[in-house]
Design a protein around this ligand. Structure first.
Ligand SMILES: *[C@@H]1O[C@H](CO)[C@@H](O)[C@H](O)[C@H]1NC(C)=O
Ligand SMILES: *[C@@H]1O[C@H](CO)[C@@H](O)[C@H](O)[C@H]1NC(C)=O
Ligand SMILES: *[C@@H]1O[C@H](CO)[C@@H](O)[C@H](O)[C@H]1NC(C)=O
Ligand SMILES: *[C@@H]1O[C@H](CO)[C@@H](O)[C@H](O)[C@H]1NC(C)=O
Ligand SMILES: *[C@@H]1O[C@H](CO)[C@@H](O)[C@H](O)[C@H]1NC(C)=O
Ligand SMILES: *[C@@H]1O[C@H](CO)[C@@H](O)[C@H](O)[C@H]1NC(C)=O
Ligand SMILES: *[C@@H]1O[C@H](CO)[C@@H](O)[C@H](O)[C@H]1NC(C)=O
Ligand SMILES: *[C@@H]1O[C@H](CO)[C@@H](O)[C@H](O)[C@H]1NC(C)=O
Ligand SMILES: *[C@@H]1O[C@H](CO)[C@@H](O)[C@H](O)[C@H]1NC(C)=O
Ligand SMILES: *[C@@H]1O[C@H](CO)[C@@H](O)[C@H](O)[C@H]1NC(C)=O
Ligand SMILES: *[C@@H]1O[C@H](CO)[C@@H](O)[C@H](O)[C@H]1NC(C)=O
Length: 844
């Protein structure tokens, strides 16, 4: 039996057990099946996906998994053969940067050599150990692994509490008595612990309580996390604390400094047990951001009796309830596609995390969510996806964002571990609020206050705009663009990205008009509509683009955005710089202070980022046929990279040029080639669940233009998809006639909505809330469906030049690529959060 087979058999056995008590059908044409069988949490657990593969509830604060010492261990566990360093209880998912969280790891030994506690190895760097690859099982609310020492560990969680179950190999055969030792390490994944961590061990009960101060992974400030660990399963033999590599049963309390060597001194507590025989030892670890007493009360109320099975089943039920409103017809579609789909859906609900009741920063009755990591990534499709599937939670997230504005003065653009995260471009929480407003989220949201928050972004410059808001607002208002080498004495941040910031601020201002219109603020609608046109001020109509990275070939396209100085003279950035094909190793494209005028992508790709005025953009770029040629060139020449979020909308922008069929074709070009249900199957960091939401929306056949009440229609990747609105209980359905699972028939020939002919190539959110039925008739060639100006999605400007346009007007064929083009070098260049160069530069 190969390891792979062992692993998948373990998985299906476990799923079979999990399915008891729920409606499960082996019949692929009948409607009912257990959605959880298609969740593969290990997707993205290697190759830089950085996905959290462990046990969590939806939006759970407790996230339990095995941590590894991989160079890419942001999600804790990395399936790349690196060593396990321990089992910790808080994580983020899919992020780059230095790893977040990973606080308070446990580590087990069957016995200390010679029965001497000093012979057990305490420091993380030396205790780490390989795992048995075939032993890994990861399913909703559950993670299990066996260490090379023979100790196997499985785990499940509630909202604030992890429950670990340790099973120790029989040792008597070797003539040794087993006397397991479990240590608790005052550490985190990135070794960021600051001074004066502490732990106390109760001699009688073995309870460990403590806390430590840590640093956020992509932001400013610090945070204190608290824990409370209790044990059960075997009589306690002794316990105590350790410092560095020495332990004592006499000492029960430890306060420990970071020490001076740039590495926190190893320290923590330990507990030793009488031989448990075949019994498991359970460790219940409550976490809190308020106090260790609260960590204890969280643990006691959530897992009162250490009941592993009940806790696991409750977690599964919660996940099943969240995901099962989306049902597809599985006929003809293989499990790979189903796993891509449902795992993508699953990952949208791992982060952000619900820390309600755990916020020490301000007093409030509002919900508190954290790990918006980062909104630049999340606004594009993850938050819109949750607005469809879990609007009640998005409502709470919006209330939390607004409450953060109330108490910290600004909406976040990124936030993790109670700290302000770095801003990547625009004030993109504006887009999140606008999207939710347009889609009717209201329960308990004070939209006047929400509006004040987005206007604050548009009008007031923060002193530190690396953390919030926007920079360069004086220039923005007076010149109508963010100048390269701006003069800005009011606020401070990294003076780069002038092109991408101008484009994002333009869109942010447009989204503000959407809320303003709904609230009847007509003057503001006009003011911000005007500013939303600022993108035009950076367009240089005669700018050419040669591929200097490959033979200096003329791309043939003329007219690109360019950086512009305060004196209105244009500067120059090669339109392909920071693109996927930029091979110049000296180009830096992220938040480094030597970074480019575009963030994590090229002028080529940002050329399309005018989500609110595609009509005017299409005219600006030479009309619909030229626009389609340019989009094709962007994709076919690999200038864009689907592993980073700015690529998402470009897959679907053919709709605006009257070519919805090409969006469908492009979507199938990327899925499944770039999205596979394997450990290495993601093209880049998942970025919370951003990649997951791209796959989920794409395969559902609707893709949002976030911040607008618009979903662009392509055929779902299934014969049918239905989504039951958790708000209205109404079920929306998309059905494909002539569906074929080999995806030859991917072109819509005609459509009906609730039985009436429907020619628009987009639909609005009432489709979901009112439970409409969209029936698409498919064929193997493009048709005239959705191609007329009247069929196109809304745009601020007027569509022009569509009269003579026919679907024959471009001959560009899409290239199918068998191999992924994400080289490690490239992702470092693109992704500041995995690079580390910024730190070196800013510290050096
Ligand atoms: C599958 O389920 C459907 C609906 O319940 C039923 O009509 C059909 O006979 C079943 N097919 C098989 C092969 O069991
Ligand atoms: C699923 O699709 C197949 C193939 O089109 C069809 O025969 C079957 O009736 C559908 N099942 C359901 C439950 O709609
Ligand atoms: C472990 O097994 C998985 C699944 O079979 C495989 O993708 C992965 O590469 C393996 N990891 C190592 C380090 O061999
Ligand atoms: C894992 O740790 C073992 C020692 O336990 C060491 O021999 C091995 O090289 C480590 N593996 C990796 C990938 O670091
Ligand atoms: C087991 O016993 C042997 C010999 O008695 C000793 O050398 C070894 O260290 C023991 N192992 C453990 C884990 O205690
Ligand atoms: C840490 O503890 C030491 C010794 O008690 C004390 O002098 C110091 O002020 C503490 N540092 C912090 C940051 O609390
Ligand atoms: C505008 O400013 C830039 C940058 O300082 C400078 O290179 C350029 O010559 C100036 N243009 C004019 C017309 O003064
Ligand atoms: C939706 O269904 C749930 C569960 O059956 C029920 O509690 C709720 O009141 C329903 N909501 C509406 C709007 O019908
Ligand atoms: C599943 O179906 C897709 C689409 O037809 C195909 O590309 C893929 O190779 C299939 N996967 C497997 C494992 O058969
Ligand atoms: C449409 O076709 C006519 C006649 O061939 C041509 O004169 C006109 O420029 C075309 N318009 C566009 C927008 O291409
Ligand atoms: C595309 O061109 C073909 C052959 O020239 C023609 O038969 C077809 O009608 C054209 N399609 C459209 C939609 O113009």
């Amino acid at each position: 039996m190969s390891l792979n087979m062992a692993r998948s058999q373990g998985l299906s056995l476990l799923l079979a057990a999990a399915a008891i008590g729920s409606v499960v059908s082996q019949n692929s044409t009948s409607g009912s099946y257990d959605v959880l069988q298609y969740v593969n949490q290990l997707i993205g657990s290697s190759n830089g996906g950085n996905v959290f593969s462990g046990a969590t509830l939806p939006y759970g604060m407790a996230k339990a998994v095995a941590d590894t010492d991989s160079g890419s261990n942001q999600g804790g566990f990395t399936d790349d053969g690196s060593n396990v360093t321990g089992f910790s209880s808080m994580h983020d998912s899919g992020t780059g940067g230095s790893p977040s969280l990973g606080n308070f790891a446990l580590f087990p030994y069957s016995a200390c050599p010679g029965d001497d506690i000093d012979q057990c190895v305490y420091p993380k760097k030396s205790r780490k150990i390989p795992y048995v690859n075939s032993s890994v099982v990861a399913t909703p609310g559950y993670f299990s692994i066996e260490l090379a020492s023979g100790v196997s560990v499985d785990m499940t969680t509630t909202q604030h509490t992890s429950l670990f179950r340790f099973k120790f190999p029989a040792m008597e055969a070797e003539g040794n008595a087993s006397s397991p030792l479990i240590l608790m390490d005052l550490t985190d994944l990135s070794d960021s612990r600051q001074d004066n961590a502490s732990i106390s061990v109760d001699a009688e009960t073995g309870r460990m309580q403590g806390n430590a101060r840590f640093l956020p992974s992509f932001g400013s400030g610090n945070y204190i996390a608290y824990f409370c660990a209790d044990f059960s399963g075997s009589p306690i033999r002794d316990n105590g604390i350790y410092a560095n590599s020495r332990a004592s049963t006499d000492v029960k309390d430890l306060k420990i400094s970071r020490s001076i060597n740039g590495y926190p001194l190893p320290g923590g507590g330990f507990i030793r047990f009488e031989s448990p025989g075949d019994n498991a030892i359970l460790a219940r670890v409550g976490v809190s951001l308020i106090s260790s007493d609260q960590a204890c009360s969280n643990a006691e109320s959530e897992i009162p009796s250490f009941n592993f099975e009940a806790t696991h089943t409750a977690a599964e039920t919660e996940w099943r309830n969240k995901i099962s409103p989306i049902v597809v017809n599985r006929s003809g579609v293989n499990d790979s596609m189903l796993q891509n789909f449902y795992s993508g859906i699953y990952r949208t609900m791992v982060n952000p995390q619900d820390y309600t009741g755990e916020n020490p920063l301000w007093e409030s009755d509002e919900p508190y969510f954290d790990s918006f990591y980062c909104i630049w990534d999340l606004f594009r499709s993850q938050m819109p996806f949750l607005t469809v599937l879990d609007p009640a939670t998005v409502t709470k997230q919006i209330r939390s964002l607004i409450d953060t504005y109330v108490h910290e003065g600004w909406l976040p653009d990124c936030r993790m571990s109670l700290c302000k995260g770095y801003t990547q471009g625009g004030s993109n929480a504006d887009n999140v609020l606008g999207d939710a407003y347009l889609k009717g989220l209201s329960d308990g949201i004070d939209w006047e206050l929400g509006y004040a928050a987005v206007v604050n972004d548009a009008e007031n410059e923060p002193y530190d705009w690396s953390n919030e808001g926007r920079g360069g607002l004086d220039s923005w208002k007076s010149l109508g663009y963010i100048p390269v080498q701006d003069f800005d004495y009011k606020g401070f941040g990294t003076m780069t990205r002038s092109v991408s910031r101008t484009l994002e601020y333009s869109y942010n201002d447009f989204v503000i008009t959407q809320i303003a219109a709904g609230l009847g603020k007509q003057g503001d609608v006009e003011k911000y509509t005007g500013r939303s046109g600022n993108w035009k001020n950076l367009f240089k109509a005669d700018q050419t683009s040669y591929n200097i990275y490959d033979g200096n070939v003329n791309t043939g396209f003329v007219g690109f955005f360019q950086p512009r100085y305060l004196n209105k003279t244009f500067g120059f950035q090669d339109p392909l710089k920071c693109s996927n094909i930029d091979t110049n190793e000296n180009d830096v494209c992220s938040l480094q202070n030597t970074g480019a005028e575009t963030f994590e992508s090229s002028i080529w790709e940002y050329s399309f980022f005018v989500p609110h005025d595609q009509a005017t953009l299409i005219t600006t770029l030479g009309g619909p046929a030229a626009f389609v040629d340019r989009l094709n060139y962007l994709h076919d020449q690999d200038i864009t990279y689907i592993g980073n979020e700015p690529a998402f909308l470009t897959v679907y922008q053919y709709h605006y040029a009257g070519r919805p069929g090409l969006s469908a074709k492009r979507s199938h070009f990327y899925i499944p080639t770039f999205f596979q249900p394997t450990d290495a199957g993601l093209p880049g960091n998942d970025d919370s669940g951003a990649m997951g939401s791209f796959v989920a929306f794409s395969m559902m056949g609707l893709f949002p233009n976030p911040g607008q009440n618009v979903y662009l229609i392509i055929p779902p990747f299934f014969e049918s998809v239905s989504v039951t609105s958790p708000i209205t209980n109404k079920t929306a359905m998309i059905r494909n006639i002539n569906f074929d699972a080999s995806y030859q028939n991917i072109y819509i020939q005609s459509a009906t909505l609730n039985g009436e002919p429907y020619t628009k190539n987009w639909i609005d959110h009432s489709f979901f809330t009112e439970g409409k039925e969209l029936v698409l008739t498919l064929g193997s060639t493009e048709s005239a469906w959705g191609t007329q100006v009247a069929d196109l999605p809304p745009s601020l400007g007027t569509y022009e030049g569509f009269g003579n346009f026919s679907i024959n007007s471009t001959s560009s064929a899409m290239r199918k690529r068998a191999v992924r083009y994400a080289s490690a070098d490239l992702s470092e260049k693109l992704d500041f959060k995995t690079g580390g160069a910024y730190w070196a530069e800013s510290e050096g």
